[in-house]
Design a protein around this ligand. Structure first.
Ligand code: ES4
Ligand code: ZN
Length: 324
């Protein structure tokens, strides 16, 4: 089955570029930027990973980004991910980035987007992998800061396919950003939002995504399974759900492959993704292998998951069809 998964043409739709920062590159960037890390080896960094909740994960996650300072750092980060993804036969990826995690530290927006964009263009020339960028707002910051970031992105509109919402969900519902997302829609961006697993009020957040924001996709969205009305809306609208099984098993207290089975059985457009592969130690192939193992998926079912992902991708119909 591993060989089948390796050969399967893949599409990844839920991937935080900052979550692909492997400890080896972290050391290289620290050296380049004259930063002292509180660890002496990459193994030590990995040994210190201890996540039992989203909050505990996010604290170390933002601290780890401090080595990203200039355009070449973002270029190297995205190049490393795209090289790894291409080696797993990922043909197309939509990549989240969190500009506020950098602009809040004094890194220019231009350095972030320019480095990522250059990496995407070079990777396509080198290995044929295609990628688009999705700008995420940090939901634990203010709506005003998100709006300022949206306006800052407009000169780069052609380099960004859509916007998302991530970070700490508790107390930060979709409606907090209703105006920001309405403006983003008017600017031509496609819309997605995280509705993380087992956060407070997650089903209400999914309802807001569907009824107030009008999202084109939902990231995770697993708790929709608790509410038949939400399931029916998601199914009827063909909304893609970008599930991240290994990530979910880290930040919640149980394995999450069973929800993939339920989504498939309900006819939902479920897709399998890696979220923050450097931290959860699993890229998209390992996520697929985990789900296949736990559910006893057939080859046809694995292929169907990748077809779902290409269907849910933010690409013109003709480009999707060429992948399908
Ligand atoms: C994230 Cl696992 C998770 N949840 C919310 N926001 C995030 N950003 C990066 N990983
Ligand atoms: Zn995520």
């Amino acid at each position: 089955m591993d060989d089948f998964i390796a050969g399967l043409p893949k599409c990844e739709l839920h991937l935080h570029i900052e979550g692909t920062l492997e400890p080896e590159l972290k050391f290289e960037l620290a050296r380049r930027n004259g930063i002292e890390l509180p660890y002496s080896t990459p193994e030590e960094v990995r040994a210190a990973y201890e996540f039992d909740s989203l909050t505990s994960f996010l604290v170390g996650y933002y601290a780890g980004m401090d080595v990203l300072r200039a355009e070449p750092d973002f270029y190297d980060l995205a190049t490393a991910y795209l090289t790894k993804a291409a080696s797993q036969n990922v043909r197309y990826a939509e990549i989240f980035f969190d500009p506020q995690a950098h602009t809040s530290r004094g890194v220019p927006f231009d350095a972030v987007i320019r480095g990522l964009r250059r990496a995407v263009m070079d990777a396509e020339r080198r290995s044929g992998i295609r990628a688009q960028l999705i700008m995420c707002f940090l939901r634990d910051h203010s709506a005003a800061y998100a709006m300022a970031t949206l306006l800052e992105s407009l000169p780069y509109r052609e380099w960004i396919v859509g916007v998302g919402l991530d970070s700490d969900e508790r107390g930060n519902p979709p409606v907090k950003f209703a105006e920001v997302f309405a403006r983003a829609r008017r600017e031509g961006y496609l819309l997605t939002m995280h509705c993380d697993v087992d956060q407070d009020d997650t089903t209400e957040h999914i309802r807001q995504c569907l009824d107030v924001i009008g999202v084109d996709r939902i990231d995770h969205g697993v708790n929709a399974l608790d509410d038949p009305e939400l399931v029916e809306k998601i199914r009827a609208r063909g909304i893609g759900l970008t599930v991240c099984p290994v990530s979910n098993s880290f930040v919640t207290d149980g394995p999450k492959a069973d929800v993939v089975r339920r989504m498939l059985d309900l006819g939902l457009r479920v897709t399998i993704n890696s979220d923050d592969p450097a931290y959860f130690l699993a890229y998209v192939a390992e996520n697929l292998a985990t789900v296949a193992d736990e559910l006893g998926l057939t080859r046809a079912e694995l292929a169907a998951l990748e077809r779902n992902a290409f269907e849910a991708a933010w690409l013109p119909r003709a480009v999707k069809d060429a992948y399908l």
